[in-house]
Design a protein around this ligand. Structure first.
Ligand SMILES: Cc1cc2nc3c(=O)[nH]c(=O)nc-3n(C[C@H](O)[C@H](O)[C@H](O)COP(=O)(O)OP(=O)(O)OC[C@H]3O[C@@H](n4cnc5c(N)ncnc54)[C@H](O)[C@@H]3O)c2cc1C
Length: 455
C-alpha cells in the first residue's frame, strides 16, 4: 500500500496551495496530491477561453508548480475514504494511507430543475478540458446564445463569446440588474451599459421557465410568457459543493451543503481537513453560513488548512467576498457588504464616494477615472465594504480595501493611513480616491449627526 504523510484530493485553486502550504510549514512531511483530470484549467480563466485566451491549452495550471515544491502527483479519481484505517481508494485500484487528509474536491455547476435543461446544446460550465472544447465547437456554429444568470460568470461569458463571433447573445437574469448581488445599483447600471455597448442584450426581472426544442434546444421560454430563439444555452448561475465522497465517509455536512469545518478547516474527523468550494463557510460579518464560492476564498482556506495539519497555526475569520472583473475597458471590483446588503443586515451605515483620474496630472499616459465607494458602520465607523470601478487598478485597490475590512479599520484609519503615490501610477495624494472616500463618509456622518441635533 502506498503511504504519504499528507494526502490532498483535488488539484485546483484549493488543492495546490493546500499542498504547497503543508510542504512549507512541515518540510519533513511527504505530500501526495490526487486529482482526477489529466490537465487542470485555471478556473477563473475559463470564460476567456471562449475569446481572449483562445484555447484550453493556454489556460492550464502547469504541473511544474507541484514538482517545484516537492509534491507527488497521482492522476486518478478518489472513490472511497476510510477514516478508520486512514486509507483513500482510487478508481484505478490504488490504496493510499495518510496521516492527514485534505479534501479540496471543489464544486459542480448548479443546473436548476428547468424543464428541457437536459437538451442538446444546453451547457453548464464544467471545469473540464474536453467539455469546454465541445462547448467551443458548438458555439462556433450557433447564431443565438442565451446565458442564464447575469452574475460574474454570465457577464464574462457574454463578452468573451461575443468576441470574434457573429452571434446574438441574450442574458436572462431574475433580479432587476446584472451583478446585483455584488454591487449597488449605480455600479450594476454601469456594467450593463458596458455590455449593451457590445451588443449583448440583457433581460432583467425575467426567469427562464422552460427550454424548448426537440432533441436540441431551439428556444427559451421566459416567465413573462415571451419565448426567445436559442441555438445554445449556458447556465451561469453558480455552483454547489461536491460532497459525495465526504458524505460517504461519514463526514458532517453543513447547512449550505458544504463539508462542515471549524475555524481551523478541520472536518468532523480530526485527521481530515477541507477547503475551497467543497467546504462550508461562514460570513466574516455575522458568522452566519455563507454560500460564497470563489477561488480567492479557496486559496485562503487552503493556506489555513495546510498550515494547521499538524498544529493549530491559523484561524479562518470567515468570508469577506472579494470580486473583480473587467467589461469593455471598465474594471469593476467589490469587497464585503454593499450599501444595500449592509442595510438589509441591520447596520446603520455611512457612505463616502470619491472619483478622480488615476494619474496626476490627469493627462499622464494611462489616465482614466477611478471611482471608490466605501460603506462604514455608522457608530464605530468600521469599514464594512467597498466598490470600485473604472481604471484597471481597481483590481488591486479592492484587495487593499479587503485588507482594511479584514483589519476592521475605521474611516479615520483609512483617511490618515500613508499611501504611496506617483504621477505615472496613481491619483495625486490630494485626490487619492480611497482616502477621500473615507473623508467624505466622515463628513457625511457629521452632517447626519448635525441633522439629528437640529431635529
Ligand atoms: C467560469 C468561472 C469563472 C470563475 N471566475 C472566478 C474569478 O474570476 N475569481 C474567483 O475568485 N473565482 C472565480 N470562480 C470560482 C472559482 O473557480 C472556484 O471558487 C474555484 O475553482 C474553487 O476551487 P476548488 O479547488 O475549491 O475547486 P475546483 O476548482 O472545483 O477543483 C476541484 C478539484 O478536485 C478534483 N476532484 C474532485 N473530486 C475528485 C475525486 N473524487 N478524486 C480526485 N480529484 C477530484 C477536481 O478534478 C479538481 O481538480 C469562477 C468559476 C467559474 C466556473
Amino acid at each position: 500500500m502506498r503511504q504519504s504523510d499528507v494526502v490532498v484530493i483535488g488539484g485546483s485553486a484549493a488543492g495546490i496551495p493546500a499542498a504547497i502550504t503543508s510542504r512549507r510549514h512541515y518540510p519533513e512531511k511527504s505530500v501526495l496530491l490526487i486529482r482526477k483530470e489529466e490537465q487542470v484549467l485555471i478556473p477563473c480563466g475559463i470564460p476567456y477561453i471562449f475569446g481572449s485566451v483562445g484555447s484550453c491549452e493556454a489556460d492550464l495550471i502547469p504541473d511544474s508548480v507541484l514538482k517545484g515544491n516537492g509534491i507527488d502527483l497521482l492522476v486518478d479519481e478518489a472513490v472511497k475514504i476510510d477514516p478508520e484505517s486512514r486509507v483513500v481508494t482510487t478508481a484505478g485500484g490504488e490504496e493510499v494511507q495518510y496521516n492527514r487528509l485534505v479534501l479540496a474536491i471543489g464544486s459542480l455547476p448548479l443546473v436548476p430543475p428547468i424543464p428541457g435543461a437536459d437538451k442538446e446544446n444546453v451547457f453548464a460550465i464544467k471545469k473540464s478540458v474536453p467539455y469546454i472544447n465541445h462547448m467551443i465547437e458548438t458555439l462556433d456554429t450557433v447564431e443565438n446564445l442565451v446565458i442564464v444568470g447575469c452574475g460574474f460568470i454570465g457577464v464574462e461569458l457574454a463578452e468573451e463569446c461575443r468576441r470574434d463571433r457573429d452571434i446574438n447573445i441574450t442574458i436572462v437574469e431574475m433580479l432587476r440588474h446584472c451583478l446585483e448581488l455584488t454591487y449597488d445599483v449605480e455600479f450594476s447600471i454601469k456594467a450593463e451599459e458596458a455590455l449593451r455597448s457590445q451588443d449583448v442584450e440583457i433581460l432583467g426581472s425575467e426567469k427562464v421557465v422552460a427550454i424548448e426544442g426537440n432533441k436540441k434546444v431551439d428556444g427559451v421560454k421566459l416567465s413573462s410568457g415571451k419565448t426567445i430563439k436559442a441555438d445554445a444555452v449556458i447556465m451561469g448561475i453558480g455552483a454547489i459543493a461536491n460532497v459525495a465522497l465526504a458524505k460517504e465517509a461519514g463526514l458532517e455536512i453543513g447547512p449550505t451543503g458544504g463539508i462542515q469545518v471549524n475555524r481551523y478547516m478541520q472536518t468532523s474527523d480530526e485527521n481530515i481537513f477541507a477547503c475551497g468550494d467543497c467546504a462550508e463557510k461562514v460570513s466574516f460579518f455575522d458568522g452566519k453560513p455563507s454560500r460564497l464560492k470563489l477561488a480567492s476564498i479557496a486559496t485562503m482556506e487552503a493556506r489555513i488548512a495546510g498550515a494547521n495539519l499538524f498544529a493549530p497555526r491559523r484561524a479562518n475569520m470567515g468570508v469577506i467576498g472579494v470580486y473583480s472583473t473587467i467589461l469593455g475597458d471598465i474594471a469593476f471590483a467589490a469587497a464585503g457588504l454593499t450599501e444595500k446588503a449592509a442595510s438589509e443586515m441591520g447596520y446603520s451605515i455611512i457612505v463616502g464616494e470619491a472619483e478622480a483620474v488615476n494619474r496626476h496630472p490627469g493627462c499622464m499616459p494611462g489616465g482614466a477615472p477611478l471611482k471608490v465607494k466605501l460603506v462604514f458602520e455608522a457608530g464605530t465607523r468600521v469599514l464594512l465594504g467597498g466598490q470600485v470601478s473604472g481604471a484597471d487598478s481597481a483590481g488591486e485597490l479592492i484587495n487593499a480595501i479587503s485588507a482594511c475590512i479584514h483589519q476592521r479599520m475605521t474611516a479615520d484609519d483609512i483617511a490618515t493611513f500613508q499611501t504611496g503615490t506617483h504621477p505615472g501610477l496613481t491619483a495625486s495624494p490630494i485626490a487619492y480616491q480611497l482616502v477621500n472616500a473615507a473623508e467624505v463618509a466622515i463628513a457625511n456622518s457629521w452632517k447626519a449627526s448635525d441633522r439629528w441635533t437640529r431635529e
